[in-house]
Write a protein that binds this ligand. Structure first.
Ligand code: MLT
Ligand code: MN
Ligand code: ZN
Length: 304
């Protein structure tokens, strides 16, 4: 199984177009050591030929251009993307679908009924795409595993996570099962697992069980501190209120990752541009290194 990080940043990307936080400003000026990152997406292949796209980021066209394996050039119009899985209905994970409207057949899009509803009512993206290639919705099961047509060699197991639905969801701030998911990506031959959850608001027993079972976890790295956005004056919301478990502090992601076996590869993804871990010379980044935790970047590959 081969996993390619297409975009390691959270919504807004890094640098974010209108942001002058120390990271965004520092990256533009070249005064910090950091690399730009596009918005949240990965691709996974079990045969190194056919790929499943997780999330359709607003940066999807740039992401496809920077990963030639996604364009095998077998026909006039072609793609190696067999299907798309949506982790949630947020803008950073879905608006790239508009950019993929030239597909030659309806896109197989795997998501929960709740995400489908948000993308039909709150943000009627699926309806709009009906005027172009169309969407062939596949209900993403939250129990048991599933395989995806056209993507051999890899199996999937999804679970519901407590996080938050998008602001335009009819049930924003009233989390419902299926608003956000985590997915185990399983190599069909070896059984090895990567657990992927870019938006994870709190640790829950079923989620912890999936993390413990994984050979590699690729999990929510949005914010370092719960009040990071408030302290910067960038938002009135805490990390937890936005559905993202912060890394530091009691009950934070670092405490949880420390409980995983030393052999589990630990990677943070969906990193907000304000997060000090993006500065490769920061104390927070050094703390991650000391704990054996990696920070995902665009182009990173995980091969199991
Ligand atoms: C999130 O992950 O909380 C959202 O994607 C935020 C956003 O809209 O950028
Ligand atoms: Mn997001
Ligand atoms: Zn910023």
């Amino acid at each position: 199984m081969r996993l390619r990080v297409l975009g390691a940043a959270a919504g807004g990307g890094f640098p974010q177009w209108n942001c002058n936080c120390p990271n965004c400003d520092g990256l533009r000026r070249g005064s910090i050591r950091a690399r730009a990152r596009t918005q949240s997406s990965i691709a996974v292949s079990g045969d190194d030929e056919n790929w499943v796209l997780f999330n359709a980021s607003p940066d999807v066209l740039q992401q496809i251009r920077s990963f030639p394996a996604l364009q095998p050039a077998r026909a006039l119009r072609d793609t190696a993307i067999a299907a798309i899985v949506l982790i949630d209905a947020q803008i950073d994970h879905t608006t790239g679908l508009y950019m993929l409207r030239e597909h030659r057949r309806p896109w197989p899009v795997w998501c929960t009924p709740g995400v489908r509803e948000d993308l039909s009512v709150g943000n009627p993206l699926f309806g709009v795409l009906g005027h172009y290639c169309g969407i062939a919705w596949r209900e993403l099961p939250l129990a048991g595993g599933f395989a995806i047509d056209g993507a051999p060699g890899v199996r999937f197991e999804a679970l519901s996570l407590t996080s938050n639905a998008p602001p335009y969801s009819p049930h924003r701030d009233r989390p419902q099962p299926g608003d956000n998911i985590g997915v185990s990506l399983i190599d069909a031959a070896s059984g090895q697992r990567i657990f992927y959850a870019p938006g994870l608001g709190e640790m829950e027993p079923h989620l912890w069980a999936a993390m413990e079972q994984a050979d590699c976890v690729l999990v929510d790295g949005t914010l370092w501190t719960d009040d990071e956005m408030i302290r910067l004056g960038a938002s009135a919301k805490t990390s937890r209120a936005m559905g993202h478990l912060p890394q530091s502090g009691p009950g934070g992601m670092l405490e949880w990752l420390a409980r995983l076996p030393a052999t589990t590869r630990k990677v943070l993804i969906h990193i907000n541009n304000t997060n000090p871990i993006l500065d490769e010379d920061s104390a927070q980044r050094a703390e991650l290194a000391a704990r054996g935790i990696e920070v995902a970047f665009d182009g990173m590959e995980i091969i199991l």
